[in-house]
Design a protein around this ligand. Sequence first.
Ligand code: DX5
Ligand code: ZN
Length: 239
Amino acid sequence: MLVAPSILSADFLNLERDLKALEGQGSVPDYWHIDVMDGHFVPNLTIGPEFVRRIKAASRVPLDVHLMIDNPQAAALWYAQAGADLVTFHVEAFGDCSAPLAKGSSYQIDNLTTKQQAEIDRLIDRLHQAGAGVGLAINPGTLAELLVPFAGQVELALVMSVHPGFGGQSFMPVALDKLASLRVAGFAEAGRLLEVDGGVNLETAPQAAAAGANLLVAGSAIFHAPDRARMLSDLQRIA
Ligand code: DX5
Ligand code: ZN
């Protein structure tokens, strides 16, 4: 099992210390998961490309950048240029993100028009040309079927198992059926990543693995564990 600790739950003022401590002991993280939030697509605001560039310079672990931003066409390339190995954006960002977000919710999109699909195709191409692997993400309210037409084009599908914006929330079982159908659609085939993000811990990780996930994001489960290195290796051992 591949595991990407989410740095959202690390200590930003001592980030290098936190990353080096996990990198330097026994099992190494497979990716650092970096949550980019714009204060609009989700009700929180985090990391810009310069911050990613500094992490890239400080760590040998590949970077899995999760863009929770509206209008990713404007900013996604910055993250590829900053050294992200994987850049994942949300399909909901191509729909209407103007309604105020109620607490404990996230945008959803019920279908993609031909025009929206073409915009997504174009951003995938631009990111590939910049040398990044590309991921497509869905929020809890969006159907997995929307990703199926892109199965041959992207390196990664990301199923949110919480409403994005914050660490430390509880895993939503609705993610399990989506993982299972994306696995059937070929998203977990050789060299491809089927990622689950939110509320992943020793109890929920085996369920996600059984449903087909091969990349687990874990923020609070790792960074709030008494022994972080041990938690990382325990999660990596989940079959
Ligand atoms: C939530 C983020 C997650 C978050 C996960 O919006 O996308 O990556 O860090 O945190 P945990 O593992 O604590 O649910
Ligand atoms: Zn994330």
